[in-house]
Ligand binder design. Structure first.
Ligand code: GDP
Ligand code: MG
Length: 299
C-alpha cells in the first residue's frame, strides 16, 4: 500500500453502560487504556484508544455510556461527551450484549438512527452463549430494524472475532494520513491512567452508591532510585463515605493501595509506592468547578 492510500479516522464507541465498550477498546488496542468494572458508570471521561496498522490508524473514542436519565452535572456532562464524540467521528461502533436488548439500548439505537455515519454493531459477550443458534433471533431483529454497515458477534473478554471487527471498521475509515504518532496508544497522560487504575480498584470493592461518589486526583508521581512514588487523593462526597473507603482499621484503603500497586508495578515496569488520602468535598459530582479540576470536559 502506498502512502496516499493510508486510512485513518475516529470510531466512536457507544452503547448503554456495562455492555463492554471499554473492555472491547482495550482488547482491540492490546493495552488497558480504559478501566473496567462490573458496575455501570465506570467510564466517566472520553478516552482514546489507538490501533496502529501498517496502512490504517483506528482511533477509538471510548465514551461514558449514554444515560437515559441524567441526574446531576456529571451525568449530563457524560451524555454530552458521548453525543459530541458521535458528532466528531467518522464511524460509529455500537455495542450491545448478546441475547437481550434493553430499553436503554433502544434509546441509543434511536439516537443513532438520525446520524449519517456508518454504524457497525458489535454483539458482545457471545462467550456467555453456549448454543450460538440462540443468537439468531437477535441478529435477525437487528438486521431488520436499522441498516448497519455490519453486525458482528464478538467476545471482548475472550478476544473472539476481534480481527473481523477491526477489518470492518478499518475499511470504513476515510483516506487520511495518521491522526496521531504511530507510537501512541492513548491520548491521556500517565497521571490520568494512574488515577483511573486506583479508581478501578476502589469501584470493584465498593457497594451500592459509594462508587459513584468517588473521584481520584493524582497529586504526585515521582521517580526515585527505589521506584515510582505515587500520591493520590480519593475525593468522596460525604463523611460517611470516607469511613467506608478507609474501612475498618484502614483495611479497605490498604487493599485498594495494594491492588493498585501490583497492577502499576506491571504497567510501569518498576517498583511502585502508593500513598492514598481520603478527603471530603461535598457534592463534587454536581459541582462544575470540582469536575473541571478532576479532568472532566464540561464544554
Ligand atoms: P462499559 O460500561 O460498556 O465500558 O463496560 P465494561 O467494559 O466496563 O464491562 C462491563 C462488564 O462486562 C465487566 O465486568 C466486563 O468484564 C464484562 N465484559 C465485557 N466484555 C465481555 C465479554 O465479552 N464477555 C463477558 N462474559 N463479559 C464481558
Ligand atoms: Mg466503559
Amino acid at each position: 500500500m502506498n502512502e496516499t492510500g493510508f486510512q485513518a479516522g475516529f470510531i466512536a464507541v457507544v452503547g448503554r453502560p456495562n455492555v463492554g465498550k471499554s473492555t472491547l477498546v482495550n482488547a482491540l488496542v492490546g493495552r488497558k487504556v480504559s478501566i473496567v468494572t462490573p458496575k455501570p458508570q465506570t467510564t466517566r471521561h472520553r478516552v482514546l484508544g489507538i490501533v496502529n496498522e501498517p496502512a490504517r490508524q483506528l482511533v477509538f473514542v471510548d465514551t461514558p455510556g449514554l444515560h437515559a436519565r441524567a441526574k446531576n452535572v456529571m451525568n449530563r456532562s457524560m451524555n454530552r461527551v458521548s453525543m459530541a464524540s458521535i458528532a466528531d467521528a467518522d464511524v460509529v461502533l455500537m455495542v450491545v450484549e448478546a441475547l437481550r436488548l434493553k430499553r436503554e439500548d433502544e434509546v441509543v439505537l434511536e439516537r443513532l438512527s438520525a446520524s449519517p455515519l456508518p454504524v457497525v454493531l458489535a454483539v458482545n459477550k457471545i462467550d456467555l452463549v453456549k448454543d450460538k443458534k440462540k443468537l439468531l433471533p437477535l441478529l435477525a431483529e437487528l438486521t431488520a430494524r436499522q441498516s448497519f454497515a455490519a453486525i458482528i458477534p464478538v467476545s471482548a473478554l475472550k478476544g473472539e472475532q476481534l480481527a473481523s471487527l477491526r477489518e470492518e471498521l478499518g475499511a470504513l475509515l476515510p483516506v487520511s494520513p495518521p491522526l496521531y504518532p504511530s507510537s501512541m496508544q492513548s491520548d491521556r497522560d500517565q497521571g490520568f491512567h494512574v488515577g483511573e487504575i486506583i479508581r478501578e480498584k476502589l469501584m470493584w470493592r465498593l457497594d451500592q452508591e459509594v462508587p459513584y461518589g468517588i473521584a481520584v486526583e493524582v497529586e504526585k508521581i515521582e521517580t526515585t532510585d527505589e521506584g515510582v512514588r505515587i500520591s493520590a487523593v480519593i475525593w468522596v462526597e460525604r463523611a460517611g463515605q470516607k469511613a467506608i473507603v478507609i474501612g475498618k482499621q484502614g483495611k479497605m484503603l490498604k487493599e485498594v493501595g495494594r491492588a493498585a500497586r501490583l497492577e502499576l508495578r506491571e504497567t510501569l515496569g518498576q517498583p511502585v509506592h502508593v500513598e492514598l488520602w481520603v478527603k471530603v468535598r461535598e457534592n463534587w459530582s454536581d459541582n462544575e468547578r470540582a469536575l473541571r479540576q478532576l479532568g472532566h470536559d464540561l464544554t
